[in-house]
Design a protein around this ligand. Structure first.
Ligand code: HAM
Length: 427
C-alpha cells in the first residue's frame, strides 16, 4: 500500500480491467429482472433512521449494530441504507404506486452500508441488485422472483451454488411457533447474551454458528412443523412452481434471515467456494412491512437482494470470466504532431460509428505505443506517420493475426466498421 489515503476499511475499489467483471455481473442480474417486467427504481442512499429501525427491526444485528447513522446539519437522524426493501416500500407508499397496477415490480442496484467486521466477501459498502414485487400475494410470484435470480446467475455461467428454501409462516402460525421456540430455548443452559437473544429474537439463536449452541438446539421446534393450512398451501404451491420451472432447491427448515420483515417464503442462494461469507443472494416475502411503515393498504410483497461483490468473487472462485470484451476495439498510434491531429479527428469519427477507440497520448515512440495498443485489448492498431499522411493512407494492423494493410484515409472508417461488425461490443 502506498500513498497517504486509503479507501475506508472494508470498502472495495473496482477499477479496470477487473471492474468490467463487476459491471457484467450487475448488468446480467438487472437484465434478468427487466426481462421479467421489473422497472428500474432509483432511491436515496440515505433515509430517515426510523424507516430502517421500524422496517428491518430494532432487534436485528443490522439495526442494532451495523447502521451508519448520523445527524445531518439540520439535526435529523439519517442512516446510510443498509438494505433496499424498506426504501422501496416507503417510495411505494409515498408516491401512491399501490393505487396503480399491481403488483408494483421494481428493480434496483447500488451500494448499501453495514458496519460489519470486514473479511473476505464481507464489506462495509456492499453492492446489491434487488427486485421487489409488491401488492399481489401469489405463490407464482414468489417462484418468479426466485427464478429471476437463478436465471441471472446461470446466464453468468455460475454453477456451484444451491438454493435453500423455507417458510417462516405468517400471522396465523408464527406467534405460536415463536412461543414454542422460546420456551424450548429458555429451558436450555445458555449463556446470558444468548438467553437475551432468545427472549428478543428467538429465531436468531437457530442461526448461531457455535458448535455447542448448534448441538443444544438440534432438537429445537421448527417453523415448518407449525405452518397453518394457508401458509403450508402457499409454500406447497411455490415448490410446485419451482419444480415446473426447473429451479432446483433444498429445503432448509433452519434457514434464518437477518432481517425481521419476512413471512412465508424465504430463500438464500449459497455458494460453497466463498468460505464463511457464502450467501450470494437472498430474499423472501413480507406481509406486514407496508402496514408497519404506515401504508393505508397492507399489501404483501416479495423480493431478493443479490450481492454483486460476492457474485463476482463466486465467479472468480469458479474460474469463470464474464467480461472477455476488450476495453476498446481500435487503438491509434500517431507518429508526429500532424499525424496526431489527424488521428484525434479520426477517433471521433469512429466513435460516432459506435467503434470504441483509444489513442497513444503523449509523445511515445512507435515501440511504446504498439505495446500500449497490445495491452489495450484492441483488435486493430492504426499507425499513422508522415509518409502515410502525405500519401493519404493509414496502416491498419490486425493485432490478433499481425496482418497489415494500407487503407485510404477517407475510407478507413467504413473499412473498420465493416471488419468489426460482429465483434463483441464493448462496455
Ligand atoms: P440480505 O440477505 O441482508 O437481504 O442481503 C442480500 C445479499 O447482499 C446477501 O445475500 C449478500 O450476498 C449481500 N451482502 C449482505 N451483506 C454483505 C456484506 N457485508 N458484504 C458483502 N455482501 C453482502 C437484504 O438485504 C434484503 N433487502 C433482500 C430482500 C429484498 N428481501 C426481500 N426483498
Amino acid at each position: 500500500m502506498s500513498g497517504e489515503f486509503a479507501a475506508p476499511k472494508g470498502v472495495p475499489d473496482y477499477f479496470p480491467p477487473a471492474s468490467a467483471d463487476f459491471l457484467a455481473v450487475r448488468n446480467a442480474l438487472t437484465d434478468a429482472a427487466h426481462r421479467a417486467g421489473y422497472g428500474h427504481i432509483e432511491l436515496p442512499i440515505f433515509e430517515d433512521t426510523a424507516l430502517f429501525a421500524r422496517g428491518v427491526g430494532e432487534s436485528t444485528d443490522v439495526v442494532s449494530k451495523e447502521m451508519y447513522t448520523f445527524a445531518d446539519r439540520g439535526g435529523r437522524s439519517v442512516t446510510l441504507r443498509p438494505e433496499g426493501t424498506a426504501g422501496v416500500v416507503r417510495a411505494v407508499i409515498q408516491h401512491g404506486l399501490d393505487r396503480g397496477q399491481l403488483p408494483v415490480k421494481v428493480c434496483y442496484s447500488g451500494p448499501f452500508f453495514r458496519y460489519e467486521r470486514p473479511q473476505a466477501g464481507r464489506y462495509r459498502q456492499l453492492q446489491q441488485v434487488g427486485v421487489e414485487a409488491i401488492g399481489v400475494d401469489d405463490p407464482a410470484l414468489d417462484a418468479e422472483v426466485i427464478a429471476v435470480a437463478d436465471e441471472g446467475y446461470r446466464r453468468l455461467g455460475l454453477s456451484g451454488y444451491r438454493l435453500e428454501l423455507s417458510s417462516l409462516g405468517d400471522d396465523s402460525c408464527r406467534p405460536q411457533y415463536r412461543a414454542a421456540l422460546q420456551e424450548f430455548l429458555l429451558g436450555l443452559d445458555l449463556d446470558e447474551p444468548t438467553r437475551e437473544r432468545a427472549r428478543l429474537n428467538p429465531l436468531r439463536v437457530l442461526d448461531d454458528k457455535r458448535p455447542a449452541i448448534r448441538e443444544a438446539t438440534a432438537g429445537a421446534p421448527l417453523m415448518i412443523d407449525y405452518l397453518s393450512d394457508s401458509a403450508r398451501d402457499h409454500f406447497d404451491r411455490v415448490r410446485g412452481h419451482l419444480d415446473r420451472l426447473g429451479v432446483p432447491y433444498q429445503l432448509n427448515p433452519r434457514l434464518v434471515r437477518g432481517l425481521d420483515y419476512y413471512t412465508k417464503t424465504t430463500f438464500e442462494f449459497v455458494h460453497d467456494g466463498l468460505g464463511a461469507q457464502s450467501g450470494i443472494g437472498g430474499g423472501g416475502r413480507y406481509d406486514g412491512l407496508m402496514g408497519q411503515l404506515g401504508g393505508k393498504q397492507e399489501l404483501s410483497g416479495i423480493g431478493f437482494g443479490i450481492g454483486v461483490d460476492r457474485t463476482v468473487l463466486a465467479l472468480a472462485a469458479e474460474n469463470v470470466s464474464v467480461a472477455g470484451d476488450p476495453r476498446v476495439q481500435v487503438y491509434g498510434v500517431p507518429l508526429g504532431g500532424a499525424a496526431k491531429d489527424e488521428l484525434v479527428a479520426l477517433a471521433a469519427r469512429l466513435r460516432d460509428k459506435a467503434v470504441a477507440v483509444d489513442l497513444a497520448y503523449g509523445d511515445r515512440g512507435l515501440k511504446g505505443a504498439m505495446k500500449a495498443a497490445d495491452r489495450s485489448g484492441a483488435r486493430f492498431a492504426l499507425v499513422l506517420g508522415e509518409r502515410e499522411l502525405d500519401a493519404g493512407v493509414i496502416e491498419v494492423k490486425d493485432l490478433r493475426t499481425g496482418d497489415q494493410q494500407e487503407i485510404a484515409l477517407d475510407s478507413v472508417v467504413d473499412h473498420l466498421a465493416a471488419r468489426l461488425a460482429g465483434d463483441p461490443a464493448t462496455e
